[in-house]
Design a protein around this ligand. Sequence first.
Ligand SMILES: Nc1ncnc2c1ncn2[C@@H]1O[C@H](COP(=O)(O)OP(=O)(O)OP(=O)(O)O)[C@@H](O)[C@H]1O
Length: 598
Amino acid sequence: MNAIRPYLAIIAFAAAYAVLSIFVTNSYYQLMLTLVLVWASFGLSWNILSGYTGLISFGHASFFGLGAYTTALGAMHFDLSPWLLIPIASVFGGISGVLIGLPTFRLRSHYFALSMLAYPLAILYVFEWLGYQEVTLPIKRENAAAYMQFHDPRIYTWLALAMVVAIVLISRVIERSRFGMALLAIKQNEAAAEAAGINTLLWKLRAIAISGAIASAVGAFYAVVLLVVTPLSVFGMLVSAQALTVTMFGGIGTVWGPVIGSAILIPLSEILHAQLGARFPGIQGVIFGLAIVIVILVAPEGIYWKAREFIQRRWPQLFARSRHSELAAARATAAPPQAAPEQKAARPSSDDIILSVRGLSKSFGGLKAVQNVSFDVRRGSILGIIGPNGAGKTTAFNLLNGFLHPDTGEVLVDGRNVVGWTPHQICEIGVGRTFQIMRPFARLSVADNVVVGAYVRAATDDEARHLAHDAIMRVGLEHVADRVASQLTTKELRLMELARALAGQPRLLLLDETLAGLGAGEADEVVDVVRKLAAEGVTIVIIEHTMKAMVKLVDRFVVLDHGAVLVEGEPEAVTRNPQVIEAYLGAKWSANHGQAAC
Ligand SMILES: Nc1ncnc2c1ncn2[C@@H]1O[C@H](COP(=O)(O)OP(=O)(O)OP(=O)(O)O)[C@@H](O)[C@H]1O
């Protein structure tokens, strides 16, 4: 029973729809029942890319149209059956997804959305130019069922229903797996996902390939239902808009969104088109436009989420769940993963060098943000990087973990030069990172945030949950593990980012201003956690402004000024250095601490 429970809603929906379709005898309404499911399926395909990753596609008609024309042309020129052509269209859709995704994923947000718009428009003109203005599928009088042609229109509805159920199940599998978590992490913060070891390009390509394959299959089926295909009806703006509108109206990022949106908007626009289409041509476009305006004003993420929020407020017990207890259960059952040898090693640090930076430089236009920086970090030690605002500390970090590529220089992690690697590749070899401006996955729970960081080291979901649980315990956040990240205090967010980095079992942790925004007491608590991690053998490089906390924490300092290393050495020597006092600490520090430091 427990195994069936997540699918009860879709089983009930399919049963009710099938029963409804049995009693609808009017062929026009029967067609509408089928079209509702076709557009719901198309919306579901759009949702797999855009709903889960947040990369809005205005160009899903490319896949839909390719599918429709594959069926139409395959039937016309090669006398092939749609039973064969639909899977072929799906393969074409998947391949075109990768071909479109590879160049277009270089772009972000609205640039991505707008460039996706170009593909169906370009393909539309190609098909017109090829002379395929209107392609009709040949009618089969004999053996019609083998060509997916049926006298009883209800069979199309049932086929469409089977298609929706299949796509909902695929979406559910994606949602509940590492795939879905990766896409959600990308949606909430792509840079943090990449730094947590997620190969963002690969997951996005997988999402667009699956999304494109499904959209093409839906388009191929649409051609079978309507029997006529024109470039405008399958590649037109309204087609892409339809996927977007039904999903945005119903609810983004949930399987129910496209189904709800389609069930409301398609009959509405079809009936108005039938009644008023002659007097008001293009009335469907008006309906979809109005739907978008209403959604933006009333329920920006769609009516599913609005209704869910309402129910959650009214009957909170229906939604009570404990992800952390799941994690704790996973910990009780899963075998403990092998600790990395580096983590077993205890301080004090040896002369073994884990990170070696050689002649690193980076300029932005004429500004030399990092100039010929070199330093070594011994395994098990804590290195502090300090310097005034704009000294190049964050840029140096971005060069170390692959967000930026240096103009010159080397970054050797355990002797391997990682210059040119991507952040997730650097994370894979054991370099974790937190950010100066915190980058939580705001709508995920603390536990889920940390699970995302564990995937880089875990072979299975259970192991990821086990590692996440360990990391949460190490930073002392078990009491808020089920809380949504957006509800955390600054200190908790800092610790959660630490846990997310720790879950990937790094041997080297780069902490970017982990104490920023904390009160004195809170900063001490976080310093204690960092010190404990170092005692467990994790090597730490930390950027900080808070000199007082740093002096007590670090083994060595690198002081940057104007992008170059001003001084390097042990805390006592560095804080007494006249150049450091002049460039960074100022005369006041010298007066207050000079004696103490001596
Ligand atoms: N992407 C960028 N494009 C142009 N200039 C940049 C870029 N990133 C950083 N800079 C400039 O490079 C210099 C070093 O910046 P960086 O953020 O590394 O300093 P920082 O020491 O971390 O400063 P803060 O303590 O204020 O964060 C600054 O002058 C900054 O304006």
